[in-house]
Design a protein around this ligand. Structure first.
Ligand code: ATP
Length: 351
């Protein structure tokens, strides 16, 4: 939903004029450089929109500019070019605001730096609220601790918690002020798979119940494919693509996106031809877009390795110079050294 006219926020920039009709968060020609021995381009020329009440994930390989973009959205860094707007109002930069960070947003950074290690869970969260209304302070703290499944840990010191529990406290601390936007840098980095799933479900439920907008950074898209409505894909400071996880997964706009989202196989036209596919440009075949069989003993691929993944295996197979990654849903059927026939059920052609 596009932004409609509103009064300026408490942290508005003098003389700024609201631009209506934009998405909730709108970035335009946004660039940020750092001075090292040489100039480092952290983000360059980004144009993007983030919708209200959705989860948006910024994904990309290490050093692609994800954290820098998150800090520019929050107002912790000043853009060198371009701007970011929230509800059509420009986000103040650190020179324009005494305590940097937009008033309607809260950020959970990597490494729990904001938590007071020697205080208990309750005090870490409650300290975010003023003492002007003590009943409200207690009620809100209790509610958010309950919501994040921390009610049984209120008297524990942060130092005695697991990484996953600390992450929940950091999120509770950010949410207790009822921000309109929650920004999170690698929120699932230090947590195991089963913990990650329940935390994702809890965040999704909070988005659903409160209408909060969530923007998170992840270097591993597999973590966020199921929870984000939009992905912003970064590479070397550029916004390479944006869209829904499904559309970007099924129809990747280029080979970087295909590799990032699906650990996909990228084949030259000559390699595609070896699989019986006529192509003028590179093609992509995701590892699950194959049917495996024992039917081609002379024309099969040699299994170089069978990597155990639980209910499936990732086979690394080779025929001549052509090497592929293929998923096998019947672990143990094609051990290393055996031969396997492959039929391609689907492939993606780049335009
Ligand atoms: N304060 C800084 N001073 C100098 N260079 C910086 C600074 N912050 C970021 N950079 C550089 O900008 C580029 C983008 O960094 P950024 O942290 O935004 O990437 P990222 O995608 O979040 O990486 P990661 O996934 O490894 O955290 C990198 O080359 C980084 O070294």
């Amino acid at each position: 939903m596009a932004v409609t006219p509103t009064a300026p926020p408490s942290c508005s920039v003098p003389n700024d004029v609201q631009r209506v009709g934009l998405p909730l968060i709108h970035g335009e020609k946004l660039s940020r450089f750092f001075q090292g021995k040489e100039q480092i381009t952290a983000v360059r020329g980004l144009n993007f929109g983030i919708n209200e009440g959705e989860v948006t994930a910024i994904v990309g390989e290490s050093g692609s500019g994800k954290s820098t973009l998150l800090k520019l959205i929050y107002g912790l860094l000043e853009p060198d070019e371009g701007e970011v707007r929230y509800r059509g109002w420009r986000i103040p930069n650190p020179r324009e605001k005494l305590i940097p960070g937009h008033d309607a947003m809260r950020m959970v950074s990597q490494g729990f730096d904001d938590l007071n290690t020697y205080a208990n869970v309750w005090d870490n969260v409650a300290s975010q609220l003023p003492n002007t209304d003590l009943d409200a302070k207690v009620g809100k703290t209790e509610a958010v601790l309950q919501r994040l499944r921390l009610a049984h840990l209120t008297t524990q010191r942060i130092a005695d918690l697991s990484g996953g529990e600390k992450q929940r406290v950091a999120i509770a601390r950010a949410l207790v002020n009822e921000p309109e936007v929650l920004l999170m840098d690698e929120p699932f980095n230090q947590v195991d798979a089963s913990f990650r799933e329940t935390l994702q479900q809890d965040i999704n439920a909070i988005v659903h119940e409160t209408g909060i907008t969530v923007v998170l950074v992840s270097h591993d898209p597999a973590e966020v494919l199921s929870m984000a409505q939009q992905l912003l894909i970064m590479k070397e400071g550029l916004l390479l693509a944006s869209g829904t996880p499904t559309s970007l997964y099924q129809e990747p706009p280029d080979t970087y996106v295909a590799r990032l989202l699906a650990r996909s196989n990228t084949l030259t036209p000559e390699e595609a031809n070896e699989l019986g596919i006529q192509a003028d440009t590179a093609i992509t075949i995701h590892p699950e877009w194959f049917v495996l069989s024992n039917d081609q003993p002379n024309d099969g691929f040699e299994v170089l390795d069978a990597l155990f993944k639980g209910f499936y295996e990732e086979l690394i197979v080779q025929r001549g110079a052509l090497r592929l990654h293929v998923f096998n849903l019947k672990p143990g059927q094609y051990p290393a050294g055996s031969s396997v026939g492959l039929e391609v059920t689907r492939f993606h052609r780049y335009r």
